[in-house]
Design a protein around this ligand. Structure first.
Ligand code: FPP
Length: 251
């Protein structure tokens, strides 16, 4: 069984879904006197080592934040670089992902700013990996948590939903990927303690871990360490710890 041989990790409590904010590429590059885009290039190895780590753990859903709806505000040459970079990443890794049983999906707005070629490549990638059952690897691209909620509300209005009939379950059906379970664990690198508009609906009860490492230096061992921290925490989902419910001290 995957995950059993990782020291300090309980294989019966592996998070079902881990989401990552890949932050710190620019700072990594600056510290080395390199261009910000060199930092993104170095982030590719970190990304696929993290994917390997998620597979080693036996995680079923792994999601990364690759480009936000706000990242269009970055310098034009960086944005242009990131479009081409994401295309190269897909071309370079999708065959391997398909052969490993990794199903790839994308979450985000398909607006006019995303090059048509990249959208086509994303569609092909989803199609060619659709039979994968080992893990679902989602790339959040031109993604914003607020945009996702707005898009869901717009689609509900278009479908004629009456306000008082809408429940959390209804809204969930209109999110970008209704099948995607909420992340159990969200990891953001680089020491920044922010969500930055990532999976706002879905992260409601996720455990948040902030490793103090810049994304290009992130490796699967950092992911394992985040899972150890996750396993040391107690999730209550707004309820009480079963020990307290049984008559423990108040608190
Ligand atoms: C959120 O911080 C972080 C992201 C949206 C990740 C952006 C990542 C990349 C552009 C690089 C992708 C790397 C690979 C390997 C594909 P923010 O900077 O958007 O928000 P903030 O200003 O609140 O920190």
């Amino acid at each position: 069984m995957p995950g059993v041989n990782i020291p300090g990790i309980d294989p019966s409590r592996i998070p079902n879904h881990i989401a990552c904010v890949m932050d710190g590429n620019g700072r990594w590059a600056q510290r080395r006197g390199l261009k910000r885009t060199d930092g993104h290039a170095a982030g590719e190895e970190a990304l696929f080592d993290a994917v390997e780590g998620a597979l080693d753990l036996g995680v079923k859903w792994f999601t990364v934040y690759a480009f936000s709806t706000e990242n269009w505000k970055r310098p034009a040459d960086e944005v242009r670089y990131l479009m081409g970079f994401n295309e190269r990443i897909l071309r370079g890794h999708r065959d391997d992902m398909a052969s490993r049983g990794v199903r790839m999906r994308f979450a985000g707005r398909r607006d006019w700013r995303v090059p048509k070629r990249l959208l086509r490549l994303m569609d092909e990638t989803v199609e060619m990996t659709s039979h994968g059952r080992t893990m679902t690897f989602t790339i959040a691209f031109n993604y914003g948590g607020r945009a996702e909620i707005i898009d869901a509300v717009r689609a509900m209005v278009d479908d004629g939903w009456q306000g008082d009939k809408i429940t959390e379950k209804t809204l969930r059906r209109y999110l970008y990927d209704p099948e995607m379970p909420d992340p159990d664990l969200m990891v953001r690198t680089s020491g920044e303690h922010r969500i930055s508009n990532f999976l706002l609906w879905e992260l409601a009860y996720s455990e948040l871990v902030f490793p103090d490492v810049l994304w290009p230096d992130f490796r699967r061992e950092h992911l394992f360490e985040a899972v150890r921290e996750y396993q040391a925490r107690e999730r209550r989902f707004g309820g009480v710890d079963p020990g307290d419910a049984a008559g423990g001290p108040p608190g």
